[in-house]
Design a protein around this ligand. Structure first.
Ligand SMILES: [Zn+2]
Length: 158
């Protein structure tokens, strides 16, 4: 029994020394966890950064520019077709269809051959800007060939 007590070294540790050991261990553990936490969060932030493939970015930019060019070409072709269109069918009849369901009750027309839109003098609202989030309304003069709509309306009443 006497030797047992001699071999048990914990009996040599006073409560003060035990408290000191506990405090330093918990401080060391806290420090280690805090350090790991920072490393983990940095690693996560790094891992979550989107991967940027430069070749892909360049290709997308090329495709976007090509698309924009095609869009501009199409718009130009359409514009030329509309300018060349007589807005009449080959048999001489007016190719303008009337559109009546507008809030201002004014009649619009659309050419059934080139899809040109004939509008009367009307209110329009610009795209919203930072200064004018609701857009600025303004009056636009009638389409130069709006008389075709008047003509088509008159023909319908005959
Ligand atoms: Zn037309």
């Amino acid at each position: 029994m006497g030797t047992e007590n001699q071999n048990n070294r914990s009996s040599a540790l006073t409560p003060e020394i035990l408290a000191l050991i506990n405090a330093s261990i918990s401080a060391a553990v806290k420090e280690a966890i805090a350090g790991t936490g920072t490393m983990v969060s940095e690693a996560l932030r790094e891992a979550n950064k989107p991967y940027v493939d430069e070749a892909k970015t360049r290709r997308e930019l090329r495709e976007k520019m090509k698309f924009k060019q095609e869009e501009a070409d199409n718009a130009k072709t359409q514009r030329m077709a509309k300018e060349a269109c007589s807005h009449h069918y080959k048999n001489g009849l007016l190719a303008v269809a009337l559109v009546n369901n507008f809030h201002d009750r004014q009649t619009r027309g659309i050419c059934m051959r080139c899809h040109e839109w004939f509008y009367p003098r009307e209110w329009r609202i610009d795209n919203p800007t930072e200064e004018n989030p609701r857009g600025t309304p303004h009056i636009v003069d009638a389409h130069p060939k709006y008389h075709l709509v008047v003509e088509a309306a008159a023909q319908q009443q005959e």
